[in-house]
Ligand binder design. Structure first.
Ligand SMILES: *[C@@H]1O[C@H](CO)[C@@H](O)[C@H](O)[C@H]1NC(C)=O
Ligand SMILES: *[C@@H]1O[C@H](CO)[C@@H](O)[C@H](O)[C@H]1NC(C)=O
Ligand SMILES: *[C@@H]1O[C@H](CO)[C@@H](O)[C@H](O)[C@H]1NC(C)=O
Ligand SMILES: [Cu+2]
Length: 235
């Protein structure tokens, strides 16, 4: 985030022809068989389950996201985003850096959901809506195609392996976070235990560590049966 803002200012100072950041292009060639996922939980966010797959025409990414058991002490509605860096072994959500923002749009002014190409690529709740207040006890799910996310590692908008999801409270405090990792085709979480990570192209520096995610994902996988049961009722 800091990198994005300063880079944008530098571009303006250098007399770049465009003052505003570039719009995000629609992505192509995202195979429907490619699946990435993020699963995490902690004391503030009891369940978070996101599933990212390609689309039949290859444009964009189908996101299925479910959240539940967010404690009432943390006020919503809750924003959630794709952040630039992985969650380190100590589960420190601050270490995930800013939002995935390869086109240097920054988060001011706020994302206009009616012009999603102008939003930060990683601002999922800005484009598709925040997690509502009523998830303190219930599981809440949403599903949408985001045309600006990519499952291809060469794309700037690639969401896999070095990225993470962060859930915030209404005051933007980071409540919980988890890594986005490749899933086995057709299998929930089967391959995520030892997925390797690489530093993100737009990361602000800092270590990109892969340790730590495996243990949490493994532990969270135990709760998936219950989550899926609820999700199945909602869909
Ligand atoms: C969490 O990460 C941030 C950013 O890297 C760092 O400044 C902070 O000291 C870390 N907090 C803890 C408790 O390690
Ligand atoms: C993710 O969602 C897609 C589309 O609904 C589904 O085909 C796939 O099995 C799911 N994968 C996981 C790991 O949840
Ligand atoms: C990943 O885990 C599988 C299953 O435990 C194992 O067979 C494989 O060797 C591991 N790969 C790496 C790179 O650690
Ligand atoms: Cu965020």
């Amino acid at each position: 985030m800091h990198f994005s803002k300063s880079a944008a200012l530098l571009a303006v100072a250098a007399g770049a022809s465009v003052v505003s950041a570039a719009d995000a292009p629609e992505t192509q060639g995202n195979a429907a068989t490619t699946v990435y996922e993020a699963r995490f939980s902690n004391a503030d966010v009891g369940n978070a389950y996101l599933n990212f797959t390609g689309t039949p025409d290859g444009v964009g990414v189908l996101v299925t996201a479910c959240f539940g058991n967010i404690v009432a002490a943390q006020a919503g509605p809750y924003p959630y985003h794709i952040h630039q860096m992985v969650v380190p072994a100590d589960n420190n959500c601050t270490a995930t850096g800013g939002h995935l923002d390869p086109y240097m749009r920054t988060d001011e002014p706020p994302c206009d959901a009616n012009a999603p190409q102008t939003c930060e690529v990683g601002d999922l709740s800005g484009k598709h809506g925040k997690i509502p207040l009523d998830v303190n006890t219930a599981m809440w799910c949403t599903s949408y195609v985001d045309k600006f996310l990519s499952l291809k590692s060469d794309d700037q908008a690639f969401i896999g392996n070095s990225r993470s999801i962060v859930v915030h409270n209404a005051e933007k405090v980071r409540l919980a976070c988890g890594n986005i990792v490749a899933a086995a085709a057709g299998g929930m979480g089967a391959s995520s235990a030892n997925t390797t990570t690489t530093p993100g192209a737009t990361s602000t520096g800092g270590p990109a560590v892969s340790t730590g995610a495996a243990g949490r994902i493994g532990a969270n996988a135990l709760a998936l049966g219950g989550i899926l049961g609820v999700a199945a009722m909602l869909f």
